[in-house]
Ligand binder design. Structure first.
Ligand code: B1M
Length: 208
């Protein structure tokens, strides 16, 4: 079993102690942090998703795996950081109303922060009005909206509409992402950018 497989297995087993220890060992062996994230941790969450779908794992176990993943991401965070580019773009970000998934959104926030942006994270289950309120207050350049459920994708559209209705649409670039979100959906709801993953999200935000 490779170290990446062992890390994935520790995530599936919801064993943060073992997972962190393996992550630290891999870092000690000069394994790139981004590989540990993608080939170890995210691969583990992928298996968790499959087991959730086939009902081999249930919500409490999935939550424990998610917590183990988050603890490992905290350990990796300083090693994933890009050089500070001196940019001070402000980003308001959140997971849409009705949706409690935040691991992907947190990764996006983390990499954007590492790229020198100022992040205002509204958390999960964020109603459209809360996005509007924060945009009015902070006047960010970018608004990031995350959704992980097909059933909460309409809330993404409602959020874009609420921003338009509040007369704020021209002031911000809207970035959308999350597993079920596509470029086609982004175009359909009138958002500006679709980012398929956290790395792309940080790069695209810098380029906007
Ligand atoms: Co949920 N869940 N979940 N879940 N969960 C999924 C998403 C699911 C695919 C699992 C499955 O059935 N295979 C499925 C959705 C099916 C669908 O809609 N098509 C599902 C379901 C059904 C549910 C519930 C409805 C289950 C139930 O109650 N019966 C329920 C809903 C609760 C709610 O939100 N109202 C539920 C609950 C949960 C937990 C709370 C237990 C937990 C979340 C814990 C947490 O987030 N703190 C959970 C988890 C962990 C998952 C899986 C296993 C993992 C998600 C994850 O964190 N992935 C997931 C299965 C899977 O994805 N394989 C699943 C890792 C993360 C880094 O990836 O979030 O995709 P991701 O983020 C990526 C990109 O998408 C992108 O960048 C990230 C990093 O590269 N990205 C952005 C994300 N946001 C972005 C924003 C951007 C740009 C890029 O710009 C702003």
């Amino acid at each position: 079993m490779t170290t990446f497989n062992k890390i994935s297995q520790a995530i599936v087993d919801s064993d943060p102690g073992q997972a962190i220890s393996l992550v630290e060992t891999a870092m000690g062996n000069d394994t790139p942090a981004v590989d540990i994230l993608n080939k170890g941790l995210l691969a583990g969450m992928e298996i968790v998703g499959e087991k959730m779908e086939s009902e081999e794992m249930f919500i409490p176990e999935v939550l424990m795996s998610a917590n183990a993943m988050s603890q490992c991401v905290d350990v990796l965070k300083p090693h994933l950081s890009e050089e500070d580019t001196g940019q001070t773009k402000k980003v308001v970000i959140g997971t849409v109303q009705g949706d409690l998934h935040d691991i992907g959104k947190n990764l996006v926030s983390m990499l954007m922060e590492s790229a020198g942006m100022e992040i205002y994270d509204l958390g999960v289950d964020v109603p459209p009005d809360a996005f509007v309120e924060k945009i009015s207050e902070i006047k960010p350049e970018i608004v990031g909206i995350s959704a992980l459920l097909t059933t909460t994708m309409p809330a993404m559209q409602q959020t874009v509409e609420a921003i338009s209705e509040a007369g704020l649409r021209e002031q911000v670039k809207i970035m959308v992402g999350g597993a079920p979100v596509t470029q086609g959906f982004c175009d359909e709801i009138g958002a500006d950018v679709f980012a398929p993953d956290a790395n792309a999200a940080a790069k695209m935000a810098k380029a906007l």
